[in-house]
Design a protein around this ligand. Sequence first.
Ligand code: ZN
Ligand code: ZN
Length: 457
Amino acid sequence: MRFINLTRQNEIGANSYFLEIDRRKIILDAGLHPKKFGEEAIPNYRRVGDGEVDAVFISHAHQDHIGSLPILTRRQPQAKVFLTPATARLTEIMLHNSVNVMSRQRDELALGSYPLFTHREADQSKDLWHEVGLGQRWSIDGERLGANGSELSFEFFYAGHILGSTGILFRNGEQKIFYTGDVNFLDQTLQRRAEFPTEPLDVLIIETTRGDRALRPNYSRAGEESRFLQCVLDAFDRGGSVLIPVFALGKTQEILALLHRFRSSGALEAPIYIGGLSTKITIVYDQLASNSQRSLPGLQLLGTLSPFVLNGRDVPTTQIQRNRLYVLSSGMMTENTLSNQMATRFVDRPEQSIFFVGYADPDSPAGRLKAADDGALLQIEQGASRLPVLCAREEFDFSGHAPRELLMDYIVKTTPKTVILVHGDPPSLDWFKDAIATALPACQVIIPEPDKEYELW
Ligand SMILES: [Zn+2]
Ligand SMILES: [Zn+2]
């Protein structure tokens, strides 16, 4: 087996990994870097010969796993792309949205090569997609297999991260290689925890997102949800509203489900606002509600909660009344997004509140606002004047990623001969390397250098 890390740095950026098993060539995920541009934002696909790849596997529809898929399929038009039906629906929406964003960036940032792919190429990429459900064994040529064959096969396992997310188990004779994608071993409000294989593994390729921080000692999702409710009620008592910057895919639907719980128990009744891309994605969540591994399978988020839908033209002028909940993307309050625009109207108002419910890069507007001192002057929107930070701010741990302690439990349970650490910043990777060395001294741990080929057997 050969492994090459196609990302350009050890980080959470544009995920993509090359795998060769028994002379069959495979690529895991096809991400796009959220903060880089042009060639630097794309995995190093040149490392693999054009037209040589047999199969591409997509773990889930977040941009850092699918954002360059049309570029990869342009180079590898013979490859079959395997993904779950839910991931296919979501990926289609995300790719077309990405073309729109890149077309805007072409003008705003004078990027001559943008968009990196067109709407037409996003559609053409779909011709190569093969939808595969959980718990079925398939050959990488796309044939359904029985349970006992010895040829190279794969099977999807539910990953508990967002709708459609999977880990992928490859079996080749006695050998077992498992890629986690992004995983959560804790129940979220909507998404139930992962159901991963527990048999011994030869190679485990595992995400390490939260390796740099321990789980808070008395953390529980239920406790965090109660604290969130109390903070919203306190914010309303101050006479203001609450802005919750969220990723359009995953976090928006988790927060809507949480607000549904509060509403149905009579604890909180307040108008909710969401935005464009989030609406399209929530429609897919609703259509697949009874068909996915989630809590509240009967809940129709849009039909039941009836959120108001805002667009970019509304946000600068809409009247902000008290006791409103603005659940707007993007999660990092990136420039030219609804949450960024709304934040400029919240940040210098002491009666207003901004609640952070997920990861924000320290350099992003949300990251800078999280870290700012009270009263500090902060520029939220490019080119706009700096504003004093006077609004209330709170942070909540509603992560869609497993805490590092539970990832370690999984590693110990499956006793892999080799662990390949991916999807984490260097401090996270180092923590796992040390923790595995202690827990499983015989295990080979690899932090795969970009571009370098690792020959495992
Ligand atoms: Zn993800
Ligand atoms: Zn990811």
